[in-house]
Design a protein around this ligand. Sequence first.
Ligand code: TXA
Ligand code: MG
Length: 349
Amino acid sequence: MMTEVYKVINDKIDSNDMRNAVEAIRNGGLVAFPTETVYGLGGDATNPLASKKIYEAKGRPSDNPLIVHIAYFSQLEDIVSEVPEAARALADKFWPGPLTMILNKNDKIPYETTGGLDTVAIRMPNHPVALQFLQDSMCMIAAPSANTSGRPSPTTAAHVYDDLNGKIDVILDGGPVGIGIESTIIDLSEDIPTILRPGYITQEMLAEVIGPVRMDPGLTSENVNVRPKAPGMRYRHYAPQAELTIIEGDNEAVVAKINELTREASEAGQKVGIISTQENKESYVGGEVICIGSKDDEEEIARHLYKVLRDFDDSDVDVIYSEGFQSAGIGGAIMNRLIKAAGHRIIEV
Ligand code: TXA
Ligand code: MG
């Protein structure tokens, strides 16, 4: 298959390009598009064959459900069995935006889209290109992140192209995304609202609107029997090809430890990558240093995280050492992704 890449200038999709993209998605094809979090790989959410194609293109296990993207709240009402008050309140406050809600589905959304579950994940993205495409196609669009399963999520159209060229119909290239890590997922299908995946919208922000919200115990438990509820959070994910280790603690001790580990690994003949904050980047001796952003700017770090992991895949380093980051605010979501990418290898100094 030939993948068409359409450049979107000033967030306005050219009318010919739009016509082709709409035709593709309405005929069961696949169209990747930018959202404010990461690029999505879209197919018609009501078409089981389109969902199957999404799994195939990504090489993703088909029990891992997709998120349904919508442009109007009425579309949510159309596909769930009941709209809880909390869903209305959260949509009022955070939609369009980086929040996904899990609700009980009705039969308009096929099990192929929900990985066999009776619940459905729904999100109204806050990106002009995504919203324009959703409106013009008059589709509800099932879209996972537009990466090959197991690779870091794509934050540019080039990342999508690297993973999916020849496997999908269209890529809408709207430039680099703004947030850089996937939406917060909140499960409203059970009694206590539960965060299944941390993101830009934090537990505190959610609790301010709907009262007590808990974190899925499966996200942090050391007990292997307590598994995350979101199937996608159970897989080893976002995995760079090199072995990644996070070094946490007092800043000077962290830098000293990374320098020591880098020297040892280099002596053993290994090629070393270092994920550094702006403030520390001159302090490293040896290794290939990539700066991820300033310590004081968690949003910048979030925006660069996946690109840095991809860059290290391209430069074929054997090991990567990363500084740890604060875990307040969006930092919690950054550390959640980084710890998974590291396969939980953390050194405290
Ligand atoms: O920011 C985002 O959410 C991006 C953009 C494209 O919107 N999408 C995204 O999709 O990250 P994906 O497929 O990469 O991640 C969806 C996550 C997976 O962990 C999946 O298991 C979980 O949502 N999920 C989807 N439906 C679910 C359901 N009914 N119950 C529990 N978890 C669900
Ligand atoms: Mg994903």
